[in-house]
Design a protein around this ligand. Structure first.
Ligand SMILES: Cc1ncc(COP(=O)(O)O)c(C=O)c1O
Length: 423
């Protein structure tokens, strides 16, 4: 056959790196994967879920509504509880968040996808942190949207660089294609960095400043996927939702997936109009509502306080595992490998001295694979942005799913590999 029947999107969509990483891990049973962003099986809430599902399904009165289709925006009780939960996380911020602005989604991933569908046409531009969440880069690539990197510092994006990028886009006449700035603001994937509120505020102001030249609103898309996975140190800063003007310009992507259960996979979004309505309509076409049973389960977990108790346990577990990983790195990694500080999340970010590649084709990565240890090459987390060379000397190393024993063993193996190449 001469022509493919695939759509432009079907033809364009590149294989997601995540599929390849999972396949590689499964093909080597002895491999210790420090690559996946999976949560820890040991803390998944089997008992809580069993108790709550039993309660719910004990009577037709509570069981039947949960086993029926729900509404596109999500279960009302969960939307209300979500609004209250967010307010609590923001330290009881006085501006009440209306549940009418909440949409419940199939993980925050679905919210990210639909937001981009509602905002961007092929050829449009989204500004992203350099580096950023590689699955988000996949969404942009698939839809023919350009990603432009903004340098990332330990406390969020480099504001001077953001301004420079916006100025450059204005000069080249491309500003009208820019739609949003995407920030992973808490314990970022991949670096573990957390954005300060001051930086989020300054970024929002900068976007506002360039709106006149863009000819349309420029949104701040705040992805807070790891927000609740704090190690319990300094309090995580409030969201950009608490800033003046946020109601019109901030999109918030949240999730119950990482703190509660990745298999339950319920996320949510807070969106300004007219985006909220557009995303709701798109969701009507995607699936006209997230699995209702799972929403009822989460609503019960939140309402009974079992959710909060569970999250406290999860936080302690990751804090301990991160400590184990850091100690192992201190023991086994060459001293000139830089490890970023992080107060939560699932990852540590390691930077090798300049000139030593840890990329997919590098000797470091290939030798690590042969030694049965897998990490995510940092280069996968950088946008295809021709205005700068992609750094390839970094590694995203996860302590999420591996046991403490495997963290120690995996880091010892990786350390041995690094000592061969890093002097
Ligand atoms: C930064 C970030 N955002 C969003 C997600 C999506 O998570 P979920 O769809 O489970 O809410 C992930 C998952 O790894 C992530 O790392």
């Amino acid at each position: 056959m001469k022509n493919s029947a695939l759509s432009a999107l079907g033809r364009r969509t590149a294989p997601p790196p995540i599929s390849w990483l999972i396949k590689t891990a499964l093909a080597r049973p002895k491999l210790i994967s420090l690559a996946a962003g999976f949560t820890d099986n040991a803390t998944l809430p089997t008992e809580i879920s069993r108790t709550l599902l039993n309660e719910m399904l004990r009577s037709p009165k509570t069981g039947q509504p949960a086993l029926q289709y729900g509404t596109t925006a999500g279960e009302n009780n969960l939307r209300q509880l979500t609004a209250t939960h967010l307010q609590k996380l923001d330290g009881g911020h006085d501006r009440a968040l209306s549940p009418d602005r909440v949409i419940i989604t199939g993980g925050s991933q679905q919210l990210l996808y639909m937001t981009i569908e509602a905002l961007c046409d092929e050829g449009d531009i989204v500004l992203v942190e350099d580096p950023t969440y590689f699955v988000f880069l996949g969404i942009l690539q698939s839809r023919g949207i350009q990603a432009r990197g903004v340098k990332l510092e330990r406390d969020g994006i480099d504001l001077a660089h953001l301004e420079k990028v916006l100025e450059r886009l204005k000069k080249s006449g491309e500003l009208r294609h820019v739609k949003a700035l995407y920030l992973v603001t808490y314990f970022q994937n991949p670096t573990g960095a957390t954005s300060s509120l001051a930086k989020k505020s300054a970024a929002l102001k900068l976007l506002k400043k360039f709106e006149r030249d863009a000819g349309h609103p420029l949104y701040l898309l705040e992805d807070a996927a790891y927000r609740e996975l704090s190690f319990g140190g300094d309090a995580a800063p409030p969201t950009a939702l608490t800033l003046p003007g946020a109601k019109e310009r901030v999109i918030y992507a949240g999730t119950y997936s990482k703190p509660f259960a990745t298999g339950v996979r319920v996320g949510f979004g807070i969106l300004p109009e007219p985006l909220y309505t557009a995303v709701l309509r798109i969701k009507g076409n995607h699936d006209f509502g997230t699995a209702n049973l799972l929403q009822h389960l989460l609503a019960r977990a939140l309402a009974t306080g079992l959710y909060d108790r569970h999250v406290a346990k999860v936080q302690k577990n990751y804090a301990r595992k991160a400590r184990v990983m850091r100690q192992a790195m201190a023991k086994h990694f060459p001293a000139n490998v830089e490890i970023w500080k992080s107060g939560g999340g699932l990852y540590l970010w390691a930077r090798l001295p300049k000139g030593i590649s840890a990329g997919v084709k590098s000797k470091v990565f290939q030798t690590a694979l042969k030694s049965n240890v897998l990490y995510v090459p940092g280069e996968l987390c950088y946008a295809d942005d021709l205005s700068r060379a992609k750094p390839d000397n970094e590694l995203r190393i996860s302590f999420g799913s591996a046991s403490e024993e495997n963290i120690r063993k995996g880091i010892a193996r990786l350390g041995k590999v690094l000592r061969k190449f890093v002097r």
